[in-house]
Ligand binder design. Sequence first.
Ligand code: GAL
Length: 682
Amino acid sequence: MKLLNGESITLGTCYYPEHWKEELWEEDLTRMLENGIRTIRIAEFAWNKIEPREGEFDYSFFDRFLDLTDRMGMQVIFGTPTATPPAWLTTKYPEVLNARKDGVLYRHGARRHYNYNSPVYQELSRRIVEKAASHYAGRTSVIGWQIDNELNCELSEFYSESDTLAFREFLKKKYRTLEQLNEAWGTVFWNQTYTDWEEVYVPRTTCNDSTNPHEVLDYFRFISDSCCRFAKMQSDILRKYIKPGDFITTNGLFGNLDNHRMCEESLDFMTYDSYPNFAYCLDGYQKEDRIRDRKWSRNLAETRAISPVFGIMEQQSGANGWNTRMEAPTPEPGQLTLWTMQSIAHGADYVSYFRWRTATMGTEIYWHGILDYSGRDNRRLAEVHSVAEKLKKIQRAAGARYEARVGILKDYDNIFDAQLDVWHERVEKASQKALFEACQLTHTPFDYCYLDHVADAEELAGYQVLFYPHATIMTEQKKTILEEYVRNGGTLVVGCRSGYKDARGQCVMDKLPGMLKEVTGMDIPEYTMISPAEGGKVTVDWDGTVMEAAVFSDLLAPEEGAETVGVYTSSYYAGTPALIRHPYGKGQAYYFGGAFTEKTAEVFLEKLGVIDPYRNIIQVPESCEIAVREKGGVRYLFVLNYGNTPAAITLKQPVNDLFADEASAAGVRTLEKYEARVYEIL
Ligand code: GAL
């Protein structure tokens, strides 16, 4: 592949030839090349430039542009334009429009206003992709394709008539008979029983908006399935036309979508759109937040869970905003570099800035690119140039894999369930935030692992500790992998509310934690949400260490072979077990009765011996993130100072300082505010 080939780490930008006078094109491309950018993404919203009227195709616009890119030795990622159906299309075929839950259609004027299941839209999309791919894929400068743009962004729920029809087919395939559907959805409750398939709809507006939860779980699975099929339809066409070595990708990570499945079926790798300056967002900014732009490391870890080495299709390069949203400030000097290095530290070998020039018309006139409206040279362009110079010095790290001994398990059924079930959502949100922040602030790299896309326990063997915070829905397949992982020597940590639902989302009539009772060696005779009167938290003592259990308490009872290692020390159940350890095979499982706080997560990392694994090589203050990528036995250590003041770091051994091009002895070094360094560990 011409990107992510394990040989180079490169920069790109998003360019919209249709937004500018053609006389500007050559000058723009020349300036990109002068500043270290050779790759651009184009065309993802430009349907009309290829099919201006139904069935009338005119390739001349992008042909003229590609003549230039071919001649100038640029590399082009061509976008399929299906995120923005033309006005002629939605006017003639309003059935392609997405609808609100109450049935009102989303009209032309913004983007992503179509639904995946409209047969007309599928047909017209198929045709435009076929036409674009057959005409442009052979061009020398085209090296890859982006499918649509940010699938499931803007809206990830679809309520059009086509969706209802397709939902019925999805359900018929899954359940075959209405009796089975009624059983799975528990429709006997509140007299929801269906007697004809015509009575089944995608969720609709109801009293209290409390649609049947088993139906909603299937609905989210259906949305994901619809999106995956739409992507696969495009990918199958693109595969017929792309040159050997060219790739297919798409950008962004959005809800109600099994991104792993989409990538496995349709893409060569995933790309992410990273806008860390949302951390300084008008509405969301909190002075006391210690994590801020480091939250984007969580999203990068999510991307890495899909593609170990990935790309960034859109990387922050200016201030954020629409005419309707005043969002976030311009990156300060150094932040553009810092955020680029953050992406690379997590596994990105391609980073493309959004966008080259700031739009002078439309909704996004305030979503700034590298250049402002005038296009003159500016500070941000100079910083891009200096990033390109820095990247020359770390090319040998291309293709290197991120190292982590801690894994956080997830699966799509539980992600979907946590969206429709607020009991689940509260514990899940609290623990995911706490685990991420504890890992981030203690310099403990971790990976997300999606259990529904893990083939067997062998794949998890590299992780010393796996957290699976609140796997409410449990299945035989997941249970088998977890048991084997522990039996082979792993340490599994689960939190409250685990294992009490089946794949339909119905509660099991069993001792809890249901299918996890063997591996955890315990029982949950009682449970409760923690009363607001107690501040939503209770205290726990783990062998003399005080920590907290948040949101919820499972009251635990060890079975034979398991031991109580922590007890609640507040509330009416003080003195009863809060943490149970169960040796199982060569490993052990811990059941923790609450949701995690950052402090609690840190205690787990410490006690389980996985905290700050590089402390013998380097010590850094809290304001710095550490990441290590490894290739062929060589390890590259990224140190990122997110603080707006200098940070003193201590090298415990000599290293190669790659940006400075010199060996660096052990000792104290100062990182300037927002500075990033890359060391080769000797
Ligand atoms: C991204 C999107 C871009 C642009 C940018 C700024 O989510 O892919 O097309 O809209 O946001 O809003």
